[in-house]
Design a protein around this ligand. Structure first.
Ligand SMILES: NC(=O)c1ccc[n+]([C@@H]2O[C@H](COP(=O)([O-])OP(=O)(O)OC[C@H]3O[C@@H](n4cnc5c(N)ncnc54)[C@H](O)[C@@H]3O)[C@@H](O)[C@H]2O)c1
Length: 421
């Protein structure tokens, strides 16, 4: 029996769909196909066992394929139960890769999938949210001790790795891909900004012009969403707990206030904090009728849907990926069950953005394998980040000029002068 049942034609079509999706990514990934493939041609990844645990859709599948093409022994798993694409899973299996995840899972099935990935004893992990790293640490201590390195995708996972390091519980080197400028400056801001707004509009068929949009959290992700919503004519309101970022939001022209104040009039509320329960009972009590709630942060617990369900008299599954909670005379709509709306309810980041993010991850894995790093959290060296940006610019026909001698600061003359007095 093939992996999706007895219908061979249906399976072949699914595989073809997955391959087509991955090939589309291939067409738009000049940095991965150039700089990254070239670096990996040194044979250092040959036979190295790497688990790729990122939202399992076509861009991730392409990264996994590039690692496999370089000779790595790749295990693929999804980093969220709701973001795994079935056609991509089958396309990867068709090329002989081990994929432990299935689409349309839930938290229970996902836990089992991640433990299955752990039991395959990866040496390195390209992780998202440190989801596999933490589970190996908690449930497979012997395998944890043998881990050689982790390259982490996102803000939430980075915070978790720093917390493990601070507690003296990180016995291997971990690279924070998220801290590379070629990752967070583009992926978190432009990628998530564009695709979150796109997904909310596509799922709801509502308008942005003139809408009151409340954003909880004004980091790279929140700022990106705010920018795209504003450009489409929305009035944007922001709640932040960090006073500097709240001030930045104010200077950027956003209305800033407490979450319970700014959500009152909002027709769309989007969370982007990276924490838990950014929207809970206090906000649910004041939301207006017909408000739409969506999440862009890593956890699918940023919108406390369990509490919303407790408060609701009734829950109706509406259009695809819209759950409507009836609270007295008010109806509150939650998109994609509170999972990352741009991935669970959209196509994920633009291909061009993931060409950068996965160049960071691919070169990060290559760096981990080839460098003798001490246990602890590390940032990708600046020159690698610079190479990625230069390769991207070059792929677009943009070439930079280094500063000419007469443009350099004369501080060296000053230093010589100071030393000689
Ligand atoms: N959806 C995606 O595709 C995608 C892409 C990249 C990152 N992420 C995730 O998005 C989240 C945010 O990432 P980021 O890079 O913007 O992080 P960040 O740390 O730069 O920003 C988060 C902001 O939220 C604020 N915050 C925290 N709790 C809050 C609360 N209860 N109320 C108001 N503000 C609060 C923090 O002060 C901070 O400024 C993370 O979970 C990250 O992993 C998602």
């Amino acid at each position: 029996m093939n992996p999706v049942g007895h219908n061979t034609n249906a399976h072949a079509e699914l595989v073809k769909e997955g391959i087509d999706r991955i090939n589309w990514v291939d067409r738009h990934s000049p940095v991965l196909n150039g700089l990254v493939r070239t670096a990996m041609r040194d044979g250092s990844l040959e036979g190295v066992k790497i688990a790729v645990v990122v939202h399992l859709e076509a861009k991730t599948a392409f990264l996994a394929s590039i690692l496999a093409d370089a000779g790595a022994d790749v295990i693929a798993a999804g980093s969220n139960p709701l973001t795994t694409n079935g056609s991509v899973v089958e396309a990867l299996r068709d090329r002989g890769m081990i994929v432990v995840s299935e689409p349309d899972g839930n938290h229970e099935s996902w836990e089992k999938e991640l433990l299955a990935a752990a039991d395959l004893e990866p040496e390195y992990i390209i992780d998202d949210g440190a989801e596999l790293t933490m589970r190996i640490g908690m449930h497979r201590p012997e395998i944890f001790k043998k881990l050689k390195g982790v390259s982490e995708e996102t803000t939430t996972g980075t915070a978790r790795l720093y917390a493990m390091e601070a507690a003296g519980l990180l016995p291997f080197p971990a690279l924070t891909a998220n801290d590379a400028r070629c990752k967070h400056l583009f992926d978190n801001r432009y990628g998530t900004g564009q695709t979150t707004v796109q997904a909310v509009l596509r799922l709801t068929n509502r308008k942005m012009a003139g809408a009151k949009v409340a954003i909880i959290g004004y980091g790279y992700v929140g700022r990106g969403i705010a920018e795209y919503a504003k450009k489409l004519g929305a009035q944007v309101f922001v709640a932040e707990t960090d006073p500097v970022r709240a001030l930045e939001a104010h200077f950027d022209g956003m209305f800033v206030g407490k979450s319970t104040d700014i959500v009152r009039d909002a027709s769309i509320v989007i969370t982007a904090t990276g924490g838990m329960r950014a929207l809970g009972r206090p906000e649910f009590e004041v939301l207006k009728h017909d408000a739409v709630l969506a999440n862009a942060g890593h956890h699918d617990l940023e919108v406390d849907v369990d509490t919303l369900a407790e408060m609701a008299a009734n829950v109706i599954e509406n259009r695809a990926q819209i759950s409507t909670y009836e609270l007295g005379k008010r109806a509150i709509h939650v998109l994609s069950g509170g999972a990352l709306v741009n991935i669970a309810g959209g196509s994920g980041h633009p291909v061009e953005i993931m060409d950068l993010t996965f160049a960071v991850q691919g070169l990060g894995a290559h760096h981990l394998v080839n460098t003798d790093l001490k246990p602890g959290v590390h940032v990708l060296p600046k020159h690698v980040d610079d190479q990625i940006a230069a390769a991207k610019l070059s792929s677009m026909g943009i070439h930079l000029e280094p500063p000419r001698p007469e443009q350099e600061d004369d501080f060296k003359d000053w230093l010589t002068g100071i030393q000689s007095t």
